[in-house]
Design a protein around this ligand. Structure first.
Ligand code: PEP
Ligand code: MG
Length: 570
């Protein structure tokens, strides 16, 4: 069977077909006003309990949920409390005298149809979230709590229509070696979870997957998007060899953990990691990371119902500083807005949220929020090598404003005799084209730069990074983007300030030599990507990187650039 390889690697194991309990209509009608009122109450109670179930999961201090999972669960709370969904259901109960079970099934089916017919791949994928919340409410209407997860034997390959966030949260994943789903794509929940856990996965296999029964022998090739059911010996032998080779390659890369990232002609490169909390730190060191180039602080602000206090934030940053054991940690101040929302912070609906009220713009406007974050970071700075970085700076004015507020935060701490690192370094994220073009000006007043290619690319090319329909236009190898990046690195070097990169491009093996050739010395990425990038660095020279850079910058299109890089980096 052919699907989409969404998480690389080879898995060989026994199928476990994840069955969904069909949501069944009862056909029972309500007979009087009292029953109708009671039914609406029963529905509201079931929703409240379902919300509470999720909140219990996310607020558990020992939870092992990933960032993405927390974000999904937050969407679920939003959907559960969506006034439109409730209004539609209550209307069915009141006017059609349907019971809550039947009203819910009908309304949700309708929403699922709407989502499934959307053009946007990401939005189509969200129908699974709607089905998931419907199952939660139905369960609660029947008085059930979370259903217990099935127990899996060793080497289990999960076969499912799709894997919902609730499935992966309750699933005992330690015996799971692969996932194959009928639906889904690279952005589906299954894909995100599988990649973050390093489990091979194939999504979008379609109806054919329905023919598999629990216990079938499966080979799953997550690198090429293939699923074999009860394969013959010849295929099995070939895949046993491939699996060994894949594992060896992964082990070889991991064995580089304590090897320094030095080019063959002696240039030392720093490889650090992007994290969202102190819990990610163990993996950073496991994968050979030398510190944290980007600490996204949004996680602490999510999955709760009010802003964290200065003290709570202090504990969060202090914990990260301590876990880093003296290695540098670049703490980015709050970057909400755009695609990141907080349920308790009513951001206005905007026509262009990515061009709107977000990140440093909110912080400069809401000085109270900014001050408490800055004071918390400063207080934590005596526990490790913390640095502060401002996101979404568009020019010098904003940098000065942000630094002034940082100055006020320092003065207040001094006044109150609270310890902090007075010499804390202050950096700027370069992710808006105007900042990249004026890097020479900004470099005079910043201690370091970090290039955020995710946003820099979307703003330079005017391509919404969340919009699947134009995903093919989102192109970090566009000569315009490359020129901006090169300018930032050069201006940083000329002004003697440190330049790093923390956007996704720093983990793209195709870009490594080009960026090295431009003079980038500090790459920050998800910890899992570090070994492969290190492998490129230790097997190549700066001389080669410079030559590649020279040739690439003379090319006129990203097609030529990418084709050349593929060849040159073989
Ligand atoms: C970026 O924009 O490149 C970046 C690293 O920040 P984020 O992805 O959090 O916007
Ligand atoms: Mg950004």
């Amino acid at each position: 069977m052919k699907g989409i390889g969404v998480s690389p690697g080879i898995a060989i194991g026994k199928a476990f077909v994840l069955q969904r309990q069909e949501a069944l209509m009862t056909g029972v009608l309500l007979s009087n006003e009292t029953e109708i009122l009671q039914e609406v109450e029963r529905f509201d109670l079931a929703v409240n309990r379902a919300v509470h179930d999720i909140e219990t999961l996310t607020s558990d201090r020992n939870h092992t949920l990933q960032d993405d999972e927390l974000a999904v669960l937050e969407t679920h709370i939003e959907l559960l409390t969506d006034p439109q969904i409730r209004a539609d259901i209550v209307e069915k109960i009141e006017t059609e005298k349907k019971n809550a079970n039947d009203a819910l099934i009908e309304v949700i089916d309708n929403f699922v149809l709407i989502f499934e017919s959307m053009d946007d791949e990401y939005m189509r994928g969200r129908s699974i979230d709607i089905k998931d919340i419907s199952r939660r409410i139905l369960g609660r209407l029947k008085g059930q709590r979370e259903t217990a997860a099935p127990a899996f034997g060793p080497d289990t390959i999960i076969i499912a229509e799709d894997i919902s966030p609730s499935d992966t949260i309750t699933m005992d994943i330690k015996h799971v070696v692969g996932f194959a789903t009928q639906a889904g794509s690279k952005t589906s929940h299954t894909a995100i979870i599988a990649r973050s856990k390093g489990i091979p996965a194939v999504a979008g296999c379609g109806e054919a997957l329905g023919g598999i029964t629990t216990g079938d022998l499966i080979i799953l090739d997550g690198s090429n998007g293939l699923v074999y059911v009860n394969p013959d010996q010849e295929i099995m032998d070939a895949y046993l060899i491939k699996r060994t080779a894949f594992r060896q390659q992964r082990a070889q890369l991991l064995a580089l953990k304590d090897t320094q990232a030095i080019t063959t002609d002696g240039e030392k490169i720093t490889l650090s990691a992007n994290i969202s909390g102190a819990d990610d730190m163990a993996e950073v060191f496991d994968k050979g990371g030398e510190g944290v180039g980007l600490f996204r602080t949004e996680l602490l602000f999510m999955g709760r119902d009010s802003f964290p206090s200065e003290d709570e934030q202090f504990e969060f940053y202090k914990n990260a500083a301590l876990q880093a054991k003296g290695k540098p940690v670049v703490v980015r101040t709050l970057d909400i807005g755009g695609d990141k929302h907080l349920p308790y912070f009513n951001l206005p609906a905007e026509l262009n949220p990515f061009l709107g009220y977000r990140a440093i713009r909110i912080c400069l406007d809401r000085k109270d929020l900014f001050m408490s974050q800055l004071k918390a970071i400063l207080r934590a700075s005596v526990f490790g090598d913390l640095k502060i970085m401002f996101p979404m700076i568009s020019g010098l004015q904003e940098l000065r404003q942000a630094k002034n507020i940082l100055g006020e935060a320092k003065s207040e701490l001094l006044r109150d005799a609270v310890a902090f690192n007075a010499g804390i370094k202050v950096g700027v994220m370069i992710e808006i084209p105007s900042a990249a073009i004026t890097a020479d000006i900004l470099a005079k007043e910043a201690d370091f730069f970090s290039i955020g290619t995710n946003d820099l690319c979307q703003y330079t090319l005017a391509v919404d990074r969340m919009n699947e329909k134009i995903a093919h236009l989102y192109d970090p190898f566009n000569p315009g983007v490359l020129r901006l990046i090169k300018n930032v690195i050069e201006q940083g070097c000329q002004n003697n300030i440190h330049v790093g990169m923390c956007g996704e491009m720093s983990s793209d093996p195709l870009a490594t030599l080009l960026l090295l050739g431009m003079g980038l010395k500090d790459f920050s990425m998800s910890a899992a990507a570090i070994p492969a990038i290190k492998n490129i660095i230790i097997n190549n020279s700066m001389a080669k990187a410079k030559e590649i850079q020279h040739k690439v910058m003379a090319m006129d299109s990203s097609e030529k650039i990418m084709a050349y890089l593929k060849e040159a980096t073989q």
